[in-house]
Design a protein around this ligand. Sequence first.
Ligand code: ZN
Length: 154
Amino acid sequence: MDTQFEFEKNHKQASGIESGTNFNKADIGKLNEIKDFAMENKELNMVSEGKVFLHDLLKLTGAEISITSIPANTKAPFLHKHKNNEEIYIVLSGKGTMHIDAQDIEVKEGSIVRISPDAKRSVDNNSNEELIVMCIQTKAGSLGGFTLEDAEIV
Ligand code: ZN
């Protein structure tokens, strides 16, 4: 199955795309413009509105990062789980309810939630304002050294 998502052409596009020998950069604008993006999977004939995926845009090699705008009073259409990837959800704006297996937890701007691959999860926006969530997907258990162990002053 082709899992590639592209920016749907009738919606907002990333701009300011630059790359160098050791970096990739793009601009996606302000938080309140996330709702104007849509990602399209042509093979599945699927368009996901209010979402930006960064893996392909920035040529990420160890993570997928998405930013999603969930409109006011919107229930997630399905639960999902992962085969190998842990997810870290960071609420950037608004508030909502995350369903994680049999538990419901309230989240709001500034909430950060780590979820193991096997957990069934979804996010509902049961408020009257937009909810914006960043999700970082990375292979569970893949991180070796980090921060002071991995960085070196040059
Ligand atoms: Zn996921």
